[in-house]
Design a protein around this ligand. Structure first.
Ligand SMILES: Nc1nc2c(ncn2[C@@H]2O[C@H](COP(=O)(O)OP(=O)(O)OP(=O)(O)O)[C@@H](O)[C@H]2O)c(=O)[nH]1
Ligand SMILES: C=C(OP(=O)(O)O)C(=O)O
Length: 252
């Protein structure tokens, strides 16, 4: 697995990636994927999301917030072993969910931890710009994330709406700004109402394409999902997601 360029400590964004325990995650996908494949898909989406993020030159590191230790270990492995990528502790750190529970509590907990210096190697603690990024973006591409973060750099607090136009896939905050996350159904309207700036960079379809349903997964596969998602889909009946021709042609 490619870990991206070796970075000097202190530059770039830290991404806070919340991940629900896999046994519970992506419950809306159960109808299309079944309960055997659903957790594997949830992990594959997260692996592809984080792997793409690590290949984005604007990203210093990733803090995964999850109550699922096994999933956390898989994701931590993408950041490389301690010292193995030229940074002392790897580029992916894992933090258990904080008290309060739920997605927004997890994001707030993660941002606070980064600012307290508990983030991945390469982060600047309180001086790093931070973005919460959902873990269900299997078609995310590094260059898309670079465009989104480049657009976010000019704002104290900003967000990217999802492909459906009702939700949010990324919420970015400058140092010193509270994230005040309002993720969940219809979060685009809540983030707008809270004063966050909506980002509109061109060419970021994969960064917007979150996967909640079978139709969303078909859309992500059509955009070009990453290798973990492609392998999970193709290993368990890719035909269910119209992926016959894509199986064996992982984007890598
Ligand atoms: N750490 C943490 N992450 C969460 C929690 N709830 C949701 N997430 C993550 O937040 C992101 C967006 O959530 P959803 O798109 O609703 O994903 P989900 O909750 O797995 O999907 P459904 O079960 O279908 O609602 C995903 O990366 C989830 O894994 C939570 O309680 N704790
Ligand atoms: C958490 C969100 O996504 P979803 O609608 O996928 O739950 C959101 O859009 O804020």
């Amino acid at each position: 697995m490619q870990n991206g360029p070796v970075r000097e400590a202190g530059d770039g964004w830290v991404l806070v990636v919340p991940l629900k325990p896999l046994r519970l995650a992506k419950s809306r996908l159960a109808a299309a994927a079944g309960d055997e494949l659903r957790p594997a898909l949830a992990l594959a989406f997260a692996l592809d999301t984080v792997a793409a993020a690590l290949r984005c030159p604007a990203v210093a590191g990733v803090l995964v917030v999850t109550e699922d230790p096994a999933a956390g270990e898989r994701l931590r492995g993408l950041g490389g072993p301690p010292g193995g990528t030229g940074v002392p502790e790897g580029r992916v750190a894992v933090l258990p969910d904080g008290p309060g529970r739920g997605l927004n509590a997890a994001v707030t907990h993660g941002v606070r931890a980064v600012r307290a210096g508990a983030g991945p190697s390469g982060a600047r603690g309180g001086r790093a710009p931070v973005a919460a990024l959902n873990a269900d973006l299997p078609a995310l591409r590094p260059e898309e994330l670079a465009r989104v973060l480049g657009a976010a750099a000019g704002h104290a607090r900003s967000f990217l709406a999802d492909a459906a136009g009702s939700g949010t896939t990324l919420l970015a905050v400058a140092p010193g700004t509270e994230p005040a996350p309002a993720f969940g159904p219809h979060s685009r309207a809540r983030h707008l109402a809270s004063g966050a700036v909506e980002l509109a960079p061109p060419g970021v379809a994969g960064a917007r394409q979150d996967v909640d349903t079978g139709d969303d997964l078909r859309a992500a596969l059509a955009l070009g999902a990453g290798p973990h998602t492609t392998a999970a889909v193709c290993g368990h009946g890719g035909e269910a997601f119209g992926a016959f021709r894509r199986c064996g042609a992982s984007r890598g």
